[in-house]
Design a protein around this ligand. Structure first.
Ligand code: KG4
Ligand code: ZN
Length: 338
């Protein structure tokens, strides 16, 4: 079997990431996180692109060294073309183009959302790969989608959010509670110690397989404001229960739509992906769904949930096998057709 070495670059948002894959195995997976955004309560695009420019060369250097691969051994370079922040994407795209020219090797453009789904095809001990067709629930800071995945390059969105992404629901709730950005992991942490039934929030009514989270955010905001008016220490005293209850309603919303998607498609293999799939409550619920509903669920290895370049690399590998290359006229796309 031919040995294919892919350098993958991901720079769509605030993390600068590089990975080296040998075929479908990850040799190194490096992420430089940008803490600069914490104090602003969200990603500042201008600062993100500057940090990418500083980080990209060292991150790729470390990825090559950790993998013990010389750049002359590389078979191709894969990069995130979109969707994402334009200034951030430009850094990865331009670097990938230049290096592919310098090394005279093929260039591969990857859709970030495809990568969150296809991360399940990375060869990892103890992790099964889904069989086509399967359903993917992609939940991140920018997206909430249910995707019918027919093949590596044949996917259709059958449900998506009509307003906020589920990651925003986590992050905006965290902001209301006075927690720093990104608040998702903190809500997860406090929820572990809390009672998910303490504060029953209500599910929004949305037709079909689509989602809505902006109403939930408002519901939570009013709930907190009302209680803080009566007790200024309400949030401090009930943080765990609030977080557990918020997380529970989000899980309920996701599960309701997944069950509907299974009923409509007859597909019972479910893969989750995206930053929010790091959430321990969601992971546990999906795991339990195997016994409860007879589904087969695929929960990614923790390091492949939030943004990373290994997932870009596995798509790069599949595209390499199918000769799906770009010329150097390829450009970043903040929005990209699925
Ligand atoms: O996929 P990702 O790293 O970046 C985007 O493409 O958006 O997702 C980031 C999102 C953030 O909203 C973050 O709060 C959320 O994933 N997140 C979590 C957890 N870890 C990350 N949300 C809930 N629980 C977590 N453990
Ligand atoms: Zn992402």
């Amino acid at each position: 079997k031919e040995e294919v070495f892919i350098l993958a670059i991901e720079s769509s948002c605030d993390d600068t990431a590089a990975a080296i894959l040998k075929n479908d195995k990850v040799l190194s997976n490096v992420v430089a996180r940008q803490s600069i955004h914490e104090e602003f309560g969200g990603v500042v695009p201008e600062l993100a692109s500057r940090a990418h420019q500083q980080n990209i060369v060292p991150v790729i250097d470390v990825a090559l060294k950790k993998a013990n691969v010389a750049k002359e051994q590389l078979s191709a370079i894969a990069f995130t073309q979109g969707p994402g922040l334009m200034g951030s994407l430009l850094v990865g795209t331009s670097f990938a183009k230049s290096l592919s020219l310098a090394l005279n090797i093929p260039l591969i453009a990857v859709n970030h959302m495809h990568a969150h789904i296809l991360a399940h095809f990375i060869d990892e001990e103890g992790f099964d790969k889904p069989v086509f067709p399967f359903l993917a629930l992609t939940i991140s800071g920018g997206h909430t989608q249910i995707v019918k995945v027919n093949d590596f390059f044949d996917m259709e969105i059958i449900g998506e959010t009509t307003d906020d992404a589920v990651g925003e629901a986590f992050d905006k709730t965290a902001k209301i509670l006075g927690l720093p950005y990104p608040g998702g992991p903190l809500i997860d942490k406090f929820a572990k110690e809390g009672n998910p039934k303490k504060y029953p929030f209500t599910k929004p009514k949305v037709d079909g397989l689509d989602f809505s989270f902006s109403g939930l955010k408002t519901q939570i905001l009013y709930f907190i404001q009302k209680n803080v008016a009566q007790n200024p220490n309400f949030v401090e005293e009930n943080k765990n229960d609030i977080c557990a209850s918020v997380q529970q309603i989000i899980i309920d919303i996701l599960m309701e739509k997944l069950k509907l998607a299974v009923a409509e498609t007859g597909i019972t293999q479910i893969a989750i992906g995206g930053g929010v799939s790091a959430n321990s409550g969601i992971r546990e619920t999906l795991k339990n769904a195997e016994n409860k509903y007879g589904w087969k669920t695929f929960i990614p290895k923790f390091e492949y949930t939030t943004d990373n370049a290994a997932m870009i690399g596995i798509v790069g590998y599949q595209k390499f096998l199918h000769d799906k290359f770009e010329n150097t006229k390829v450009v970043s796309k903040a929005r990209i057709e699925f």
